[in-house]
Ligand binder design. Structure first.
Ligand SMILES: Nc1ncnc2c1ncn2[C@@H]1O[C@H](COP(=O)(O)OP(=O)(O)OP(=O)(O)O)[C@@H](O)[C@H]1O
Ligand SMILES: [Mg+2]
Length: 295
């Protein structure tokens, strides 16, 4: 499997008290490996899928550390070093109530070039998963679109996810639907599905989206997830087992994608693929940071 996407550092700051604006709030601040594309790749590799990650990082120490972490998971890291831009960083602010706000600086990720794409990872029996951020960030969009074209031309199957709803809305629903034309599977959460379709109700949004994608998976947070397809009228809904997320957990959606893809590509029933997706998402929710905790 080939994942094209972002490699970031997540600086996860968990406030112990209400934020004292303009002053100081005691907090726990921990750095983790992150980036939606890299997270998906890490969970895939952990589960035994041969995985390459294509992306761009800074030529800084952080970038080197982040790349070594990828290798530690057994990922074939096809990272190009950017001579100027730093490795991307996301500040994840979690208030004492548990609300999360992210401030993300994609750094080198947003400069991915078509020349950075290794030709040998494209081939007829493979699958390409494209992280939404790579398409949504203007600086990496051309590379993302070239990659999607190369995957289509070489006969790869393609899945895409929507990144995040606010930047998706800025990029525009029509544009995103156009760029991802030809993908076999779309992943969205409820908010992203609403941005793409104007429908707040997930099943209605899924039906609209099957006009564009043969398969659609919508993540419903604690309610689970659903799968809809162009060729079938029924929508498969699989609820999630209730999980009390651990404080500082992030990226359940990335683990979910890595849990869904291998069984689905192997031809298992979507219900089983969704159950496996929930299993990995629950693992992500039980630990801090967005990557598999190896100990
Ligand atoms: N409170 C919860 N209890 C059980 N499972 C959950 C809970 N929250 C999320 N999940 C699991 O994580 C999956 C993805 O969650 P969500 O729908 O929020 O997607 P996302 O917005 O892409 O992810 P994230 O919020 O991690 O960025 C769900 O489909 C479900 O499997
Ligand atoms: Mg969510």
């Amino acid at each position: 499997m080939v994942v094209i996407g972002d490699l970031m550092t997540d600086a996860v700051a968990r406030a112990f008290h209400p934020l004292a604006r303009g002053s100081d709030t005691p907090a726990s601040v921990i750095m983790y490996g992150g980036g939606s594309g890299a997270n998906v790749a890490a969970w895939l590799a952990l589960e035994g899928t041969d995985t390459a990650l294509v992306g761009r990082r800074g030529s800084d120490i952080t970038g080197r550390t982040r790349e070594m972490e990828l290798m530690g998971f057994g990922i074939d890291a096809r990272m190009v070093m950017d001579p100027e831009r730093p490795t991307g960083t996301c500040v994840v602010m979690i208030t004492h109530r548990g609300d999360r706000t992210m401030l993300s600086d994609p750094g080198a990720n947003a400069a991915l070039q078509p020349e950075d794409l290794p030709r040998d990872v494209f081939g007829p029996d493979g699958h390409l998963h494209m992280s939404g951020y790579t398409l949504i960030n203007e600086g990496s969009r051309r590379a993302a679109r070239v990659a999607l074209r190369m995957a289509r031309e070489t006969g790869m199957s393609i899945s895409v996810d929507c990144g995040s709803h606010a930047p998706l809305e800025r990029a525009g629903a029509e544009s995103f639907l156009d760029w991802t034309n030809g993908a076999r599977l779309l992943f969205a959460n409820t908010e992203q599905a609403a941005v793409l379709t104007g429908r707040d109700e997930a099943e209605a949004a899924a039906r609209v989206l099957t006009a564009w994608y043969p398969n659609v998976v919508i993540k419903l947070g604690d309610a689970g997830a659903l799968w809809a397809s162009k060729t079938r009228d029924d929508i498969v809904v699989v609820p999630a087992e209730p999980v009390e997320p651990s404080p500082g957990s992030i990226g359940a959606g990335d683990a979910f994608i890595a849990g869904f893809l291998p069984p689905w590509l192997a031809g298992h029933h979507p219900k089983d693929a969704l159950s496996n997706a929930h299993r990995l998402a629950a693992r992500a929710l039980h630990q801090p940071g967005a990557r598999p905790d190896l100990d």
